[in-house]
Design a protein around this ligand. Structure first.
Ligand SMILES: C[S@@+](CC[C@H](N)C(=O)[O-])C[C@H]1O[C@@H](n2cnc3c(N)ncnc32)[C@H](O)[C@@H]1O
Length: 205
């Protein structure tokens, strides 16, 4: 029977369906940029290090929120996109080579974004090479860790780095991890030994 209550329920269901589908459509694939920028805005890192810059789309958005920024890319073109500012530096090298430099001249990294080679092996290597230089309670962020289907696991897109996250996330003694399960996926890792930051001291400071 067509009652006022039925019509109201019907309209509210339609509205809910439309709102839900249009909200889902709005998620752009580069949502990680605003997400990480917001994290930086809250965390205010002394040192932000990004491994793999491409065209510095994200890197340039972090500039207002970090004291010092270093961007690494094996492709020299990446540096051309970096905004000119005294606090940002482009290093044209591989992530492996830059990690070797850190052994000679260590840095204390408050926010590290791992987004260079996306193979499981390379991401695991980047993680272990840079982990010692991340400050206590510093964040390590990984990109492309939750591809939406098998097609996106190919090396030209997300790669198979989700396997590294699966492996690393079983170990929780020195860090904790969470993955945002929205394509292409972002994983946030906090380096910590105790729950409270002020109970830990940096060996670099
Ligand atoms: C996905 S893009 C980075 C996108 C960027 N982080 C962003 O969010 O806008 C990957 C970049 O990593 C660089 N790259 C790939 N392998 C690398 C390596 N082993 N060392 C340094 N850079 C590498 C590529 O040249 C490319 O510019």
């Amino acid at each position: 029977m067509l009652t006022r209550k039925n019509i109201t329920n019907y309209l509210s269901n339609i509205t809910r369906i439309i709102t839900k589908s249009s909200t889902a459509e709005k998620v752009a694939e580069n949502w990680h940029e605003d997400f990480i920028m917001s994290l930086a805005k809250i965390m205010r890192p002394n040192l932000y290090l990004e491994l793999g810059l491409y065209q510095c789309e994200l890197f340039n958005k972090i500039i207002p929120y970090a004291d010092v920024l270093i961007g690494i890319d094996i492709n020299s073109d990446a540096g051309k996109f970096m905004l000119k500012t005294g606090k940002a530096r482009f290093v044209n090298t591989s992530t492996d080579e830059y990690a070797k430099k850190l052994l000679r001249k260590p840095l204390s990294i408050d926010m590290l974004f791992i987004d260079a080679n996306h193979s499981a092996k390379a991401v695991e290597k980047d993680f272990y090479n840079y982990f010692p230089f991340v400050s206590p309670h510093g964040l390590i962020i990984f990109h492309d860790t939750h591809p939406k289907n098998y097609d996106y696991i190919n090396p030209g897109y997300c790669g198979d780095c989700y396997k590294t996250i699966r492996k690393l996330s079983y170990q929780t003694k020195d860090y904790e991890m969470v993955t945002i399960p929205v394509h292409p996926g972002l994983t946030i890792c906090r380096k910590r030994k105790s729950q409270l930051k002020w109970q830990e001291k940096s060996k670099f400071k």
